[in-house]
Design a protein around this ligand. Structure first.
Ligand SMILES: [Zn+2]
Ligand SMILES: [Zn+2]
Length: 346
C-alpha cells in the first residue's frame, strides 16, 4: 500500500537523538498501521533518552523511541484485523497481553508474562495491535487522547488507595500525573492536598479543583498538613515523583491505617530504610502502582470523553516531530505541563 518513506526519531545512544527517513512498517495478522497524529511525551521517554532504560535498544532498532501515549488514524490493516478499519480515528493501548497466563486470568494483564509493547509513537506512522486499540469519539481530539494512557495508569493507582468519602489525600508532585491523580481523588470524594514547588502548576491545580496547594519551597508541608488534618495526617499519600526521601516524607504525613502509593519509578535504582514497627503498629500500607489494564484504559477514555476529567488545561507545548529535541527539553526543564509531539498536521 505504501511505497513512500516516513520520518522517525532515533536514539543513537543516550541523548543522541536524530531524525531519519525509513520504510513505513507493514502490518501482519492483527496489527494495524496508524498515521500518528499526536504522541504525548512521558517522563519514561525522557528516561530512555537519558540512558536509564537499558531494556530497549539504541541505534537502528530505536525508531519511534518509547512513544506510548499516541493516537492517530488507521491507514493499513493486517489480514486478520476485524476490530477497526482504514480511516478510523483511534487511541493506542500499547500493552498487548496473552490472556492465558496466571496474571492475565486474574485480570492483571499489566503483569502478563508474555507482555508485548507497541511503542514507537515518535514517527509519522506506527504499528499497533488491533484487539486493544480503541476508536475515538469525534469529540475527543488526538491531543486529548494522549492522556488516556497516563490517566488509565492513575486509575490503577487510585483504585489501590481505596478512598472513602471525606478522606484526605495528599498528592506529592505537581506534574501531569499529579494533576490526574488529584482530579480522580476529588471524584472519589476526597479532600485533596497537592504538594509541589512550581507556583504556576499549583495554581492550575487549584483551577482543577484541588482543595489545598502547598509549595514545599515556601512552607513547612508537615506543619501545614498537620493543621489541615487536625493532627491526624492524610489517609492516603500518592507519590508521583521519584526518590526515597519522598517516601520518608510520606511516612511522616500519613495517618494510622493509611496507604502510601508509590507511582513513580526511581532512577538510578536505589533502596531505602524502613522501620518495620512503623508499618506494623501504625498499620501503614505501602503500595506500588504501575501501568494499567484494558478496563482502566476504557474508563480513562470515558472520563475524558465525558469531560469528567479535564485534560485540555494540562497541554502546554505542541511540537512538530522535527523539533522532538525541543519537546524532550521542555520535559527535562519542566517547562509547563504536558508536551505533545505531532508528526503530522491535521
Ligand atoms: Zn508513560
Ligand atoms: Zn498473560
Amino acid at each position: 500500500m505504501f511505497s513512500e518513506k516516513m520520518l522517525a526519531a532515533y536514539l543513537n545512544s543516550p541523548r543522541e537523538l536524530y531524525l531519519r527517513y525509513r520504510e513505513i512498517p507493514k502490518p501482519s495478522g492483527k496489527e494495524v498501521v496508524i498515521k500518528v497524529m499526536a504522541c504525548g511525551v512521558c517522563p519514561t521517554d525522557v528516561r530512555y533518552f537519558l540512558g536509564y532504560i537499558k531494556s530497549i535498544p539504541y541505534g537502528e532498532e530505536s525508531y519511534g523511541l518509547t512513544g506510548h501515549e499516541w493516537s492517530g488514524i488507521v491507514v493499513d490493516v493486517g489480514e486478520e484485523v476485524e476490530e477497526v478499519k482504514v480511516g478510523d480515528r483511534v487511541v493506542v493501548d500499547h500493552i498487548a497481553y496473552c490472556g492465558r497466563c496466571r496474571y492475565c486470568r486474574k485480570g492483571k494483564t499489566n503483569h502478563c508474562i508474555e507482555k508485548r509493547y507497541y511503542l514507537r509513537g515518535y514517527a509519522e506512522y506506527g504499528l499497533a495491535y488491533a484487539p486493544i486499540i480503541l476508536k475515538l469519539p469525534n469529540e475527543v481530539s488526538f491531543e486529548e487522547a494522549c492522556f488516556i494512557e497516563p490517566l488509565s495508569s492513575c486509575i490503577n493507582s487510585i483504585e489501590k488507595t481505596s478512598i472513602s468519602f471525606g478522606d484526605v489525600v495528599v498528592v506529592i508532585g505537581d506534574g501531569v500525573i499529579g494533576m490526574l491523580h488529584s482530579q480522580l481523588a476529588k471524584l472519589s470524594g476526597a479532600e485533596v492536598i497537592m504538594v509541589g514547588h512550581h507556583d504556576e502548576r499549583l495554581s492550575t491545580a487549584t483551577e482543577l479543583g484541588v482543595d489545598f496547594t502547598l509549595n514545599s519551597n515556601k512552607v513547612d508541608i508537615f506543619d501545614e498538613i498537620k493543621n489541615i488534618t487536625d493532627g491526624y495526617g492524610a489517609d492516603s499519600v500518592i507519590i508521583t515523583v521519584q526518590g526515597t526521601e519522598v517516601i520518608n516524607s510520606a511516612l511522616n504525613l500519613i495517618a494510622k491505617n493509611g496507604r502510601i502509593v508509590v507511582f513513580a519509578g526511581t532512577y538510578p535504582e536505589t533502596t531505602f530504610n524502613l522501620s518495620p514497627n512503623r508499618i506494623h503498629y501504625s498499620e501503614i500500607s505501602i503500595i506500588g502502582a504501575s501501568e494499567h489494564t484494558p478496563k482502566q484504559f476504557s474508563q480513562a477514555l470515558q472520563l475524558i470523553d465525558k469531560r469528567i476529567i479535564k485534560v485540555k488545561p494540562l497541554i502546554s507545548n505542541i511540537v512538530p516531530l522535527e523539533k522532538i529535541h525541543e519537546a524532550f527539553n521542555f520535559v527535562i526543564n519542566r517547562r509547563g505541563l504536558k508536551t505533545i509531539v505531532k508528526p503530522h498536521r491535521e
